[in-house]
Design a protein around this ligand. Structure first.
Ligand code: 13P
Length: 269
């Protein structure tokens, strides 16, 4: 199980033994001044019980990381700092890129890897995603590995096959001690930003499929420690439906996480 930053307060889910993780993926939104405001407001809205319920990670744009690191440290806020991406090489001639060691130096603990928007718009292949997972672990951070099927793949009954191949490709090379520390986000592409979330049954089935890949590679014990998030049009009204599912340990929230009030309501749901 991942060593979490606030383990004094954080309690595992008594049903599964796993720590819940609720993450805000801000995507390319909020400049560093807006980011400071939003984080202060979120901190004001949350109660101690919220931090015991779940670890909360905020994934702002790169330019917001340093200001948020300073804010979180100086005000002793109980948020984990996350990134949305990184390069797989530690340094070098890769103009415009940010490496995993650079993120680790800013106290970033979680890095989103292989988000469907990066796969789609920036041509990230399964091989690149795999290299990034390795890079994130090499810098002692936790990858949040995004997988999910397109609408077309869903309609053709290929959801399971797609999830299996994406997960296998991203993690199969890992030693079991690292495999169990993975976070996987099941984000059906058709549910992202569409306002149409997956049905709880579909989310559970996707999460179960993902966990079964870990089980076939490393056995039940490792699979039982992996944390799986659901993402795709999560809002304060549907959040609890997903958090109650057997194989879902958290949420990866996009647009509804930009507004501190709605993100706080998701955590409190
Ligand atoms: P939305 O919550 O805006 O659908 O985005 C989900 C997502 O892509 C999180 O990574």
């Amino acid at each position: 199980m991942d060593k979490v930053k606030h383990d004094m307060e954080l309690r595992p889910n008594p049903r599964t033994g796993r720590y819940r993780l609720i993450s805000a993926n801000w995507k390319m939104n909020l400049n560093h001044l807006e980011a400071i405001q939003a984080t202060q407001k979120l901190s004001f809205l949350l109660r101690p019980a919220d931090y015991s319920y779940a670890e909360i990670s905020i994934h702002p744009p790169f330019t917001d990381l340093r200001p948020l690191q300073l804010l979180i440290d100086s005000d002793r806020m109980r948020f984990s700092l996350g990134a949305q991406n990184c390069h797989f090489e530690p340094s070098g001639a890769f103009t415009g890129e940010i490496s995993a060691p650079m993120l680790a130096k800013l106290n970033v603990s979680h890095v989103v890897v292989g988000h469907s928007e990066r796969r789609q718009y920036f041509f990230e292949t399964d091989e690149i995603v795999r290299a990034k997972v390795e890079a994130v672990f090499r810098s002692q951070m936790t990858p949040i590995i995004c997988v999910g099927e397109s609408l077309e793949e869903r309609e053709q009954g290929q959801t399971e096959a797609k999830l299996r191949s994406q997960v296998e490709s991203a993690v199969s090379f890992l030693a079991p001690e690292l495999a169990e520390r993975c976070v996987v986000a099941y984000e059906p592409i058709w549910a992202i930003g569409s306002g149409v979330s997956a049905k709880p049954d579909d989310a559970q089935h996707g999460a179960m499929t993902i966990r079964s890949v870990f089980e076939s590679l490393w056995g039940r014990e490792v699979a039982g420690k992996v944390r799986i998030q659901y993402g795709g049009s999560v809002n304060p009204t549907n959040a609890a439906d997903f958090m109650h599912l057997e194989d879902i340990d958290g949420l990866l929230v996009g647009s509804a996480a930009l507004d501190p009030e709605s993100f706080a309501r998701i955590i409190q749901a």
